[in-house]
Design a protein around this ligand. Structure first.
Ligand code: MG
Length: 174
């Protein structure tokens, strides 16, 4: 499938934010089809050594999220170092387009981590697409959340399904 919806959970909202988890799903925005999915939980200590940014406000924000959401990240026994996480994502990624929620969040933050470890992103510089822009064209169509909010792969799937619903509703093709 050509399209991938990406969602990151992070410890900052800056472009060089430390990433806690990467979630993504392949999907076709012009139908109901979904493909392979991935979730990678990152050992945050490994990311700090690469100079990635931690914001105390975002750390406090995480303390107020649901137990489920926090368990999926902080309770994970499958955390991997940042370099391994990015390698795994690159191996998984076969898309042509990559979607994030906001032109200034998921995609540039993930690219910043690739830059930090001096690896190339698996997507091209012109592959980015913004789900937030499309979402605002149909603000009356609300997302039906099925997964755990702030679990990266669950959010990516919910966002992909929402985008499919909006595209169908607007009668457009993206
Ligand atoms: Mg999320």
């Amino acid at each position: 499938m050509k399209h991938v919806m990406l969602d990151l959970e992070t410890y900052s909202t800056r472009p060089n934010a430390l990433i806690l988890s990467i979630g993504a799903v392949e999907f076709d925005p012009n139908s109901d089809e979904m493909g392979r999915q991935i979730e990678i939980i990152i050992d945050s200590e490994s990311s700090k050594s690469w100079g990635l940014h931690v914001d105390q406000g975002t750390v406090s924000w995480w303390e107020k999220r649901s137990q489920d959401a926090r368990d999926r990240i902080f309770g994970s026994t499958n955390k991997v170092d940042l370099t391994i996480a990015l390698h795994e994502f690159s191996e998984w990624f076969r898309g042509e387009f990559i979607w994030g929620n906001g032109a200034d969040f998921d995609i540039p933050i993930l690219k910043s981590s690739y830059d930090a470890v001096k690896r190339a992103t698996p997507w091209k510089p012109y592959s980015g697409r913004c789900y937030r822009t499309i979402k605002n064209l149909a603000s009356d169509i609300k997302m039906e959340r099925q997964g755990t909010h702030h679990s990266a792969v669950d959010d990516a799937i919910d966002q992909a399904r929402h985008l499919q619903t909006i595209v169908r509703h607007l009668g457009i093709s993206v």
